[in-house]
Write a protein that binds this ligand. Structure first.
Ligand SMILES: Nc1ncnc2c1ncn2[C@@H]1O[C@H](COP(=O)(O)OP(=O)(O)OP(=O)(O)O)[C@@H](O)[C@H]1O
Length: 258
């Protein structure tokens, strides 16, 4: 689904992603893990068009997409969420969902005059889809709540819901579990697994919560210093000496820090 080929990105003298190549296989829930500063978010930003690499290439189902804007990639079915959910606080939950589908006729003043039937049809289809998403995520009771009043975990569910509004081919989730209470986390995991199993969504997930990774992800790709250090199942990763070394050395160096 996604091929990263020899991608490099630096900030000043610091090489954040270093000649990195990896694949996200169609239909998988691929985990992307690694110590702080390993380059995970930088790589996500490059894949989703928020940042342009100095070298290398990104392919989406074989098509070169390096440097395309997030908007163009969104239209090609690639969506991403953020560690801190980006929802519209002053809009209701249902409006946050209905706003997502691209190029709605109702956004054009001319279309509302010339093709009112089409605008109404699109809007009601959009509303039906949003209600369906709310039902799947078990959020109908929050339908008319302002997004700004939701808890952090509920916002993460809403953000997942926003990706579902466009039936993405692949969704990149940045730390979906961070700051989410255990009850909502279980719900979030169930939904990701279900979307993968029943609707065939491909996911690539950055996550520090190893329970979540073990529960959802296969394969798991470990990044360290901007490169792929290891990949495989959780059992393979857990016992890989290079992976243990990368995590342990970080823990030790942090413990040594003043
Ligand atoms: N905009 C930027 N300007 C300068 N340096 C940056 C920038 N973005 C990232 N970096 C640096 O690049 C390196 C990789 O950062 P990145 O955020 O991609 O790592 P990460 O694996 O996502 O870390 P974490 O798990 O802590 O989120 C880090 O050393 C970071 O300080």
């Amino acid at each position: 689904m996604i091929a990263v080929r020899r991608v490099t990105k630096s900030f000043g003298g610091l090489v954040a992603v270093d000649d990195c190549s990896l694949d996200v296989v169609r239909g998988s829930i691929t985990g992307l893990i690694g110590p702080n500063g390993a380059g995970k978010t930088t790589l996500f930003n490059i894949i989703a068009g928020f940042s342009v690499p100095e070298a290398g290439e990104i392919l989406l189902e074989g098509e070169p997409v390096t440097g395309l804007s997030p908007n163009r990639l969104f239209h090609k079915g690639l969506v991403r969420t953020f560690q801190i959910p980006r929802v519209f606080d002053r809009m209701t939950v249902i409006d946050n969902l209905m706003l997502v589908p691209p190029a709605q006729a109702g956004e054009s003043l001319l279309a509302t005059w010339l093709r009112p039937g089409r605008v109404v049809r699109e809007e009601s289809e959009n509303c039906r889809k949003a209600e369906e998403v709310l039902a799947i995520l078990e959020l109908p009771h929050l339908r008319n709540e302002y997004a700004g009043n939701l808890s952090g975990g509920q916002k993460k569910l809403l953000e997942l819901g926003r990706t579902m509004m466009v039936d993405p081919r692949v969704a990149l989730l940045d730390e979906p579990g961070a700051g989410v209470n255990p009850v909502l986390l279980a719900k979030l995991c169930n939904n990701i697994a279900r979307l993968n199993r029943e609707l065939g969504y491909t996911f690539c997930i950055i996550e520090h919560d190893m329970d979540l990774v073990a529960r959802l992800c296969d394969p798991i790709i470990v990044l360290a210093e901007g490169r792929v250090l290891a990949q495989g199942s959780m059992d393979e990763i857990r016992t890989d000496p290079a992976v243990l070394e990368a995590y342990l050395s970080r823990t030790v160096s942090r413990a040594d820090a003043p």
